[in-house]
Write a protein that binds this ligand. Structure first.
Ligand SMILES: [Zn+2]
Length: 178
């Protein structure tokens, strides 16, 4: 059976003329193939037309926007915390390196000997520690102390700023919309 032009007519968007419409209907009655095509096409069209008409659930857009803002804020908070942790880690590392540097440059043997010798009494330990610190402070070049304090102060400033940022973001209820 020849299905043209009926097969084209089934799928075409433009409305058929009265005469073509009649011919198509007549053909559909006698042709199960075109009938199936026509029905399938109408089903698809029906779905396409009805889908956009489905109204969004009430409040859906608002909820979605709220959750988006929430997710953005969580992400921001996470990033700030990550930055803070990295800064803290770097701070501790720097501090450890400074201490290590001081200890290595200041005859650790005598330092440990002093501490071990003083283990017999807490008071002696305290005195020895005090003496050690005094000794350190007297022998460490002032430049080194100055540099160490400068690094320490810089890190404190950075940490305070980071903390400030964390608190400001944590205490904020939501990200203001423009
Ligand atoms: Zn046909």
């Amino acid at each position: 059976m020849n299905h043209q032009p009926f097969n084209e007519w089934i799928y075409q968007d433009a409305p058929l003329t009265e005469q073509d419409e009649q011919e198509l209907k007549a053909h559909l009655k006698t042709c199960p193939v075109c009938q199936d095509n026509d029905k399938a096409w109408q089903d698809v069209n029906g779905m396409l037309k009805s889908a956009p008409m489905m109204p969004a659930a009430p409040g859906f857009v608002n909820r979605w926007q709220a959750s988006l803002a929430d997710r953005r804020q969580k992400e921001l908070r996470r990033q700030v915390w990550m930055g803070f942790l990295i800064l803290s880690g770097a701070f501790l590392l720097t501090l450890a390196l400074i201490i290590l540097f001081i200890v290595l440059n200041h005859s650790p043997v005598s330092l440990f000997t002093q501490v071990f010798e003083s283990l017999t009494g807490a008071w002696l330990v305290f005195l020895e520690a005090k003496a050690s610190i005094t000794h350190w402070l007297q022998t460490i070049p002032p430049l080194l102390i100055g540099a160490g304090l400068l690094v320490f102060a810089s890190w404190c400033t950075v940490l305070v700023l980071a903390w400030n940022l964390v608190f400001r973001i944590s205490s904020r209820k939501g990200i203001p919309t423009k």
